[in-house]
Design a protein around this ligand. Structure first.
Ligand SMILES: Cc1ncc(COP(=O)(O)O)c(C=O)c1O
Length: 390
C-alpha cells in the first residue's frame, strides 16, 4: 500500500511515545506521577454536564448547521465581548470540533506550497505538523529563555519575507506558560497589517493567567482581515473530551474554513454544543476556581524545581505548564537528549513528563501541573532524588 506524500510530512506526536509508555506502566500497576497530560484534572462543572444530558433527553441528537448552532455563536460572541471588549458579529464566529480543528482549517485555508509561517519556538507540536501537511515552510522564531521565552515584534519583523502568509502566536504558551503583554500583541498585529499576513492568535489558555496579568484577547482591536482568534472550551471549562472550540475572524476566512469542515467532520457534536452554550452563559465561578488552584500549584512547583541543583526554571505567567532547563544533567548524566532523560525518569522514578524535543528545543522538559498538589509534592520529591542519583 502506498500512502500520500502529504501524510508522510506528518509524524505521530512526539509527546505520544513517552506518554504511551507511561500508560503501560500505569496499567501494570505502577504508582506513576503523571506530569505529561496537557489537560485539566478537574471534571467538567456539573451545570455544564447537566445541559449536555438535558440536550440528549430532549433528543437534540441530529445534524446541526456545519459551523455550529446560532444560539452558541450568539452566546460566544457575547461572552467574548463581555470578557475582552470585542465586538464580533455572529457571522464572524465559527464553532469547531475543538480549537485544533479551527487551527487545522485556518492553516489549510491560507497556505500554499512553499508559503512561510513564522512560528515561535518553543511551539505546540501540532502547529508544526499542520504547517508541513499544508505544504508550508515553518520559519522558526527562536525565543530566549533568559527573556522568559517572550515573542518580540522586532524579532518577528526580521523574519518577514514576501512569502510570509501567517504568524502563529499562542499566549499563554503551551509549553512555556509565557504571556505576551497586550502592547507586544498589538505590535505583532501591526506587523500583520503592514506586511499583509494573517496573525493566528491561539487563545486557548487565555483565562489562566497569574499574578497581576489580566486575561486578554487581541479580539478587542477590531481588526478582521489580518487576525484570527482561536479559542477552546477544552481548558477554560475542563471540557477536553467534548470537543468544542471556535474561531473569530473575517467571514471570508471563516467561509473557507467552513468548506473543510463541511467535507470532513460536519458539525461539532450537537449536544456538546448545548453544553457549551451553558458553559459560556452560566456562572463563571468554576473558571476562577480552576485558575486559583493552578496558581497555587504553580507557586509550589516552580520553587520546588528551582531547589533542585542545576535546574533553571522560568516563572510561567499563564497556562498550566512549566518548562525547566535540564541541560546540566544531560552533560553530566551521560544522557543523549531530553528524550533519553524522560525515558529514564519514567523507568527509574515513575515520573512522566514530556521531552522538549516535542516543542522544538533541546535542553528542556515540559511539566504539566494540571494534577493534584499531592502529586506535585510527590513528583518534586522523586525528581530531586532522581537528579541527585544522576
Ligand atoms: C496551544 C494549544 N492550542 C490548541 C489546543 C487544542 O485544544 P482543543 O482541540 O482540545 O480545543 C491545545 C491543546 O492541547 C493547545 O495546547
Amino acid at each position: 500500500m502506498q500512502f500520500s506524500e502529504r501524510i508522510s510530512r506528518m509524524s505521530v506526536s512526539s509527546t505520544a511515545a513517552v506518554l504511551q509508555k507511561a500508560a503501560k506502566l500505569k496499567a501494570g500497576g505502577a504508582r506513576l506521577v503523571d506530569f505529561g497530560a496537557g489537560e485539566p484534572d478537574f471534571p467538567t462543572p456539573e451545570h455544564i454536564k447537566a445541559a449536555g444530558v438535558r440536550a440528549l433527553q430532549e433528543n437534540f441528537t441530529r445534524y446541526t448547521p456545519t459551523g455550529g448552532i446560532r444560539e452558541l455563536k450568539e452566546a460566544l460572541v457575547a461572552r467574548h465581548a463581555q470578557d475582552f471588549g470585542s465586538r464580533y458579529a455572529v457571522e464572524e464566529c465559527l464553532v469547531t470540533v475543538g480549537g485544533k480543528q479551527a487551527i487545522f482549517e485556518a492553516i489549510a485555508a491560507t497556505i500554499n506550497d512553499g508559503d512561510e509561517v513564522i512560528l515561535p519556538v518553543p511551539y505546540w507540536v501540532s502547529f508544526l505538523d499542520i504547517i508541513h501537511y499544508a505544504g508550508g515552510k515553518a520559519v522558526r522564531l527562536e525565543t530566549r529563555e533568559s527573556d522568559g521565552f517572550a515573542v518580540r515584534a522586532e524579532d518577528v519583523e526580521k523574519l518577514v519575507t514576501p512569502r510570509t502568509r501567517l504568524l502563529i502566536v499562542n499566549s499563554p504558551s503551551n509549553p512555556t506558560g509565557a504571556v505576551a503583554p497586550p502592547a507586544e500583541m498589538e505590535k505583532l498585529l501591526g506587523l500583520a497589517q503592514r506586511h499583509n499576513f494573517l496573525l493566528l492568535s491561539d487563545e486557548c489558555y487565555c483565562h489562566f493567567v497569574y499574578d497581576e496579568v489580566k486575561p486578554y484577547s487581541l479580539g478587542a482591536s477590531g481588526e478582521r482581515e489580518h487576525l484570527l482568534i482561536v479559542g477552546s472550551f477544552s481548558k477554560t471549562y475542563a471540557m477536553t473530551g467534548w470537543r468544542v472550540g471556535f474561531a473569530l475572524g473575517s467571514p471570508e476566512l471563516l467561509g473557507n474554513m467552513l468548506k473543510l469542515q463541511s467535507h470532513s467532520t460536519s458539525n461539532p457534536t450537537s449536544f456538546a454544543q448545548k453544553a457549551a452554550v451553558k458553559a459560556v452563559c452560566g456562572p463563571q465561578d468554576s473558571v476562577r476556581e480552576m485558575r486559583d488552584e493552578y496558581h497555587r500549584r504553580r507557586d509550589r512547583i516552580v520553587p520546588g524545581l528551582r531547589a533542585i541543583p542545576g535546574i533553571r526554571c522560568t516563572m510561567p505567567q499563564g497556562a498550566f505548564y512549566v518548562y525547566p532547563n535540564v541541560a546540566a544533567y544531560l552533560k553530566n548524566g551521560g544522557l543523549a537528549d531530553t528524550t533519553a532523560l524522560a525515558e529514564r525518569m519514567l523507568e527509574e522514578a515513575h515520573v512522566a513528563l514530556v521531552p522538549g524535543a516535542a516543542f522544538g528545543t533541546n535542553e528542556h522538559v515540559r511539566i504539566s501541573y494540571a494534577t493534584s498538589m499531592e502529586q506535585i509534592e510527590e513528583g518534586i520529591r522523586r525528581m530531586a532524588e532522581f537528579f541527585a542519583r544522576l
